[in-house]
Design a protein around this ligand. Sequence first.
Ligand SMILES: [Zn+2]
Length: 65
Amino acid sequence: MTTKTKQVSCPSCHKKVAWIEKNRHRPFCSERCKLIDFGDWATEKNAIAGNPIFNDEDETPDQLQ
Ligand SMILES: [Zn+2]
């Protein structure tokens, strides 16, 4: 009863992955899957790169009074 290891499914190949510090690629099962998923994400991001969504982090005028 000492196995507290949490398990997740690899977002790329849906293999079971142990959620442990030793696994540097979590939640992915391997670096390969991590790169595959990141590639998809980056492609998607490039598609909407024209939208400045995160630009008002520096300016919060309503909280300065
Ligand atoms: Zn995988």
